[in-house]
Design a protein around this ligand. Structure first.
Ligand SMILES: *[C@@H]1O[C@H](CO)[C@@H](O)[C@H](O)[C@H]1NC(C)=O
Ligand SMILES: *[C@@H]1O[C@H](CO)[C@@H](O)[C@H](O)[C@H]1NC(C)=O
Ligand SMILES: *[C@@H]1O[C@H](CO)[C@@H](O)[C@H](O)[C@H]1NC(C)=O
Ligand SMILES: *[C@@H]1O[C@H](CO)[C@@H](O)[C@H](O)[C@H]1NC(C)=O
Length: 617
């Protein structure tokens, strides 16, 4: 979803460069700070330079040392003044996210790298700062003949749900095209006559009404005999400026009860960035701060499906491991410790493995290797995504190389809301022989934004635990009005079977799974055959056909294909520091500079590294 948080942060940061001027002692300091800020803010947004960004952070820190409220108040009023958002959204975001940002700046060493790092990783303004996290320590070397076991030929259905994002406050008939990050609610200033009235089943700029989620669950048994369900995170709606501890706990309770009553299978969930309240903020041991209230509440919700030891582990780490059936294990990781909008991370950048989660993962995988188990890793933010910090992603990638393909059978993620995948390779070339693991990025339940609601069913071998088919189902939300007129319900239907759709280009034996090598071959076809690539592009947007075009001959297809092969976030393409140079289209009359920023981001809609401007959050 497109949310302009980085701009709000930048305003916060810039707020502080004021400190370069002599600080008035007895004046109305708040007014003075805001005044100075206005100039600096518009200048910074126009130059969008790495050096200016770091200077701004240094200034922010200096002012925060005097009084954090000055920075927050100034950022909030400028956010409103520059019409980034309505004032309630501005103040909600600044006062919930801002204190954590300031605390991290206070703990950081801005001039010896942390400043550039923040400006690169959180804002996309500085060029990449280089991966320095090194190599993790493994208890044993990789076995010489590390091969995956044979397949049994026996298959089960596994349901993959992601990004539930059901909005309990959805109002039918309310404005579907509003000026807030999420629409279809009655806001104080909502117009009496909406430009686009929210349908009873949902809208492309909104999270799902409850009945869409319920109807999806009701439909699943028509097409799958679900053995178990994986749920890759993000339950709450995108009311990110309102969300707090109390609201999240209620939303989570309601959603998990709905799933319990709507699904007969067990559900194995994972913690998404939206699970925190305020969203994205997961404290680490190094940062200090408390998130035990969330882990306890999730442990309660998940105890419906998880055994006691896993529930206990959730309470402590927000991560767990469970063996649904002998020989098979699911590891549910809490990847919020690599999420670039988890601002707690920026105070301790040399803490490469916050809370020791990578080490914990290694311990689990080593135990699985020793026991001859097959493993699925599930998490919300995928380590391939550019909003997973490069240092963490590089450590994770080495863990996959060490334990694939003989232990890690598959990986499943969510977060982008789109239907995507990411490939992992052994050391050396990115070739079909060297491809060792697939990260399946599942489609969201929510249509937010410009996507059709959907879910996926995997056909899985019960010995190798590899995926033999991925069948994605959607409903065409643009037809929502006709569903009501007919007294009916969403037109859930098979969008495509990966085996059939791409098997047409890369033939596959009936006895072979959709392996990473096969997917690599599919990406090779994408390079040569635009019709095949365009098929992928349509499915990626869940056949809503509302995503920007990715035309042959533009840079888009090549960057997209490169990103499909980038299981490690530092391998992503389209990384040219895109905010560092002014472009011809810049509009001098545009005081805030925002217009040109958005114009530029829209010019490269496929770019995973859009300066944080259109990253899914
Ligand atoms: C910081 O500023 C706020 C608002 O101007 C004021 O209410 C508060 O007392 C100040 N805090 C300190 C420690 O000076
Ligand atoms: C799931 O599949 C396993 C085989 O791997 C089977 O033993 C088990 O009974 C199935 N469970 C359900 C709930 O269908
Ligand atoms: C990796 O971590 C170091 C801190 O030791 C930081 O300076 C660097 O910028 C980080 N690089 C990336 C790409 O995350
Ligand atoms: C991938 O393509 C190569 C070269 O055409 C071929 O040898 C190999 O069998 C293919 N592998 C899969 C799994 O499709």
């Amino acid at each position: 979803m497109r949310i302009r948080i980085p701009v709000v942060i930048l305003s916060l940061a810039v707020a502080s460069s004021v400190y370069a001027a002599p600080a008035p002692v007895h004046l109305d300091k708040r007014g003075w700070v805001t005044d100075k800020l206005r100039d600096l803010f518009s200048k910074a947004l126009k130059s969008l330079e790495c050096g200016a960004c770091v200077t701004a952070l240094v200034g922010a820190k200096d002012i925060a040392i005097l009084n954090k409220s000055w920075v927050l108040d100034a950022a909030s009023s400028l956010c409103t003044e520059f019409k980034l958002f309505p004032s309630d959204v501005c103040s909600g975001l600044v006062y919930s996210q801002g204190p954590v940002i300031l605390d991290s700046l206070l703990a950081a060493n801005l001039l010896s790298g942390d400043g550039k790092y923040f400006c690169f990783q959180a804002l996309g303004v500085c060029p990449a700062t280089g991966v320095t996290s090194g190599s993790p320590t493994f208890p044993k070397p990789k076995p010489a003949n590390a091969v995956a076991p044979a397949h049994s030929g026996n298959q089960i259905d596994v349901l993959h749900l992601s990004d539930w994002h059901v909005d309990d406050h959805y109002v039918v008939g309310s404005e579907g095209d509003c000026n807030r990050p999420m629409c279809c609610r009655n806001y104080a200033d909502s117009p009496l006559t909406p430009k686009r009235a929210a349908s009873t089943w949902g809208d492309y700029k909104c999270d799902s009404p409850i009945k869409l989620g319920q109807d999806l669950l009701k439909y699943v048994p028509n097409v799958a005999n679900v053995n178990f369900t994986i749920l890759t995170g993000d339950i709450p709606p995108h009311d990110i400026w309102l969300q707090n501890k109390d609201s999240v706990v209620i939303v989570e309770d309601v959603a998990y009860s709905t799933m319990k009553s709507g699904l007969s299978s067990k559900v194995y969930p994972t913690v998404g960035n939206h699970e925190a309240g305020p969203p994205d903020l997961f404290p680490t041991k190094a940062s200090g701060g408390d998130i035990s209230w969330l882990y306890s509440s999730l442990a309660d919700d998940w105890s419906r499906w998880l055994p006691a030891d896993a529930v206990n582990s959730v309470k402590n780490y927000g991560a767990y491991t469970v063996s649904p059936t002998p020989g098979f294990r699911i590891i549910s990781l809490n990847t919020n410790f690599c999420y670039t909008k988890n601002f707690y991370l920026y105070g301790h950048t040399k803490d490469y493995d916050p809370n020791g989660e990578i080490q914990w993962l290694i311990t689990q995988l080593q135990a699985a290797e020793d026991a001859g188990e097959r493993v699925w890793i599930i998490s919300h933010v995928g380590p391939s995504m550019t909003d997973c910090t490069q240092n963490w992603s590089a450590l994770y990638y080495q863990v996959i190389q060490r334990y694939s393909p003989h232990v890690v059978a598959e990986q499943f993620f969510g977060h982008t809301h789109r239907d995507e995948f990411a490939l992992y390779y052994g050391p050396g070339a990115k070739s079909t022989q060297n491809a060792i693991s697939t990260g399946w990025i599942g489609p969201s339940v929510t249509p937010f934004t410009d996507l059709n609601p959907g879910f996926r069913v995997y056909k899985v071998d019960t010995k190798s635990w590899n995926v033999f088919d991925a069948q994605t189902y959607v409903a065409d939300l643009d037809q929502a009005a006709t569903w009501d007129a007919a007294g009916g319900s969403p037109n859930w239907h098979l969008e495509y079977s990966a085996r059939q759709a791409y098997g047409a280009y890369v033939p596959i034996a009936e006895t072979a799974p959709l392996s990473a090598s096969w997917w690599h071959n599919v990406t090779t076809v994408f390079e040569k055959n635009d019709a095949a690539f365009q098929k992928y592009w349509t499915y990626r947007g869940k056949s809503a056909n509302r995503q920007p075009a990715c035309a042959a001959g533009s840079a888009c297809p090549a960057e997209t294909i490169c990103n499909l092969r980038a299981g490690k976030s530092s391998d992503a393409c389209g990384t040219t520091p895109f905010l560092s140079k002014r472009e011809a289209e810049d509009n001098e009359d545009d005081v805030t500079g925002l217009h040109s920023m958005y114009k530029r981001s829209e010019a490269r809609p496929w770019n995973k590294k859009l300066c944080g401007l259109s990253v899914e959050i």
